[in-house]
Design a protein around this ligand. Structure first.
Ligand SMILES: [Fe+2]
Length: 138
């Protein structure tokens, strides 16, 4: 289910690498669940995922602003919504500790975001860079 493919490639090295890292972090959560380690590891994995996603969003938003991407505002709003959802997961974990259903819901939320957000919004950055005559080496 959670498999990187060319469908997710937007052609900007730095952002594609960051998106692949988010796939990897989600796979780490999935593996911890599958292998019975989640009760011990979920808190650390959730924190790492949330921190990395925030870093990635900041980087990507700078790229969109730099290249005057027409969906920059839409992207920023979507990022704010997703970040708030991750914060809610962190708050529930802090309040209640590990819950299996929470970890499964987190994976479903990330999967939905990886598919719909990357392929729907992020991919539009590629055209903006090409229009600006820039390379895809960010
Ligand atoms: Fe984005």
């Amino acid at each position: 289910m959670r498999q990187w493919s060319d469908d997710y490639t937007i052609g900007i090295e730095g952002i594609d690498r960051q998106h692949r890292m988010i796939f990897t972090l989600a796979k780490d959560v999935e593996a911890a669940l599958d292998e019975g380690r989640a009760a011990q590891e979920y808190g650390v994995l959730l924190h790492a995922l949330a921190q990395y996603v925030r870093y990635h969003f900041g980087f990507e938003e700078q790229c969109m602003n730099l290249y005057h991407c027409p969906v920059a505002q839409q992207n920023q709003a979507a990022h704010a919504t997703f970040t708030a959802r991750l914060t809610e997961f962190q708050q529930r974990y802090a309040a209640r500790g590990f819950e299996h259903v929470e970890a499964c819901t987190l994976l479903a939320v990330i999967d939905e975001w990886l598919t719909n957000h990357i392929c729907g919004i992020d991919v539009q950055l590629r055209a903006s860079i090409q229009n600006a005559g820039g390379g895809a080496t960010l």
